[in-house]
Write a protein that binds this ligand. Structure first.
Ligand SMILES: [Zn+2]
Ligand SMILES: [Zn+2]
Ligand SMILES: [Zn+2]
Ligand SMILES: [Zn+2]
Ligand SMILES: [Zn+2]
Ligand SMILES: [Zn+2]
Ligand SMILES: [Zn+2]
Ligand SMILES: [Zn+2]
Length: 237
């Protein structure tokens, strides 16, 4: 199979990488080494793209987290914090230069996805860097999303004992809201980052773990204040 990628002037062919070759081959979009299926240029010795990187859309418009401007795909980016999930990454990013608004490919392409299953009862949730395991009927769960103690099924992190979140909260917490007090931009849910996070604009507390944030106005709201009855953005799911 042959494709024409926007970042390269020659056509690229799909092929698989031999396990012995993987250390020599780097993706020209994300700079990570290549496994499995890649697109390679026949004419240039060292132009390769992961199949997954090559198939990302070159531009996203009307994204629910940033509906105002188009978000073009940027290759070989230095480290950035994703405005959609708060995670630090490098390589590929969707960027609105005017607003300095950044989205990781996952958040850009799958804004309604909150987690993926990585094993029986185990998920990788966008709010946390480690996998989370399902615990049934734990009666001492302080959920860091709704901040209520209630005995119910929850997900917890093996490495971080305080990271617990109700199953229903993990599955249903809206990723973006349109809050009545900040009608200009969506507020986007993510884990707090001490490098730039601020107190809640409504109640001034700062001990919350999760935050709804407008990265352009640098406004933060804890989930309790953010989720008082308001109109959620329609994100499907
Ligand atoms: Zn890649
Ligand atoms: Zn080429
Ligand atoms: Zn992200
Ligand atoms: Zn913008
Ligand atoms: Zn909860
Ligand atoms: Zn953890
Ligand atoms: Zn608050
Ligand atoms: Zn704003």
């Amino acid at each position: 199979m042959e494709i024409q990628h926007f970042s390269h002037h020659h056509p690229l062919i799909l092929r698989s990488v031999h396990p012995r070759q993987i250390y020599g081959i780097k993706c020209s979009a994300c700079s990570r080494s290549c496994l499995d299926l890649i697109y390679s240029c026949r004419e240039c010795e060292d132009f390769h793209l992961h199949k997954s990187c090559a198939e990302l859309p070159p531009k996203i418009t009307h994204h629910p987290f940033h509906p105002f401007h188009p978000l073009p795909l940027v290759l070989n980016s230095p480290r950035y914090a994703c405005c959609g999930c708060g995670k630090w990454d490098s390589g590929l990013l969707y960027l609105c230069k005017d607003c300095n608004f950044t989205l990781s490919p996952d958040c850009a392409v799958k804004p309604t996805t909150r987690y993926e299953f990585v094993g029986p009862g185990k998920i990788q949730h966008f709010l946390h860097k480690h996998p989370l395991a399902l615990v049934e009927e734990d009666d001492n769960v302080l959920c860091l999303a709704c901040e209520k103690y209630c005995p119910s099924e929850s997900y917890s992190c093996h490495h971080c004992p305080s990271f617990k979140i109700h199953r229903t909260c993990a599955e249903q917490l809206p990723r973006a809201i349109q809050h009545f007090s900040h009608p200009l931009h969506p507020l986007i849910l993510r884990a707090k980052d001490s490098r730039f996070d601020q107190p809640c604009v409504a109640c001034y507390r700062s001990d919350n773990v999760l935050t709804y944030r407008c990265s352009m106005c640098r406004i933060e709201m804890d989930p309790k204040c953010a989720l008082v009855p308001t109109q959620y953005l329609q994100l499907g799911n």
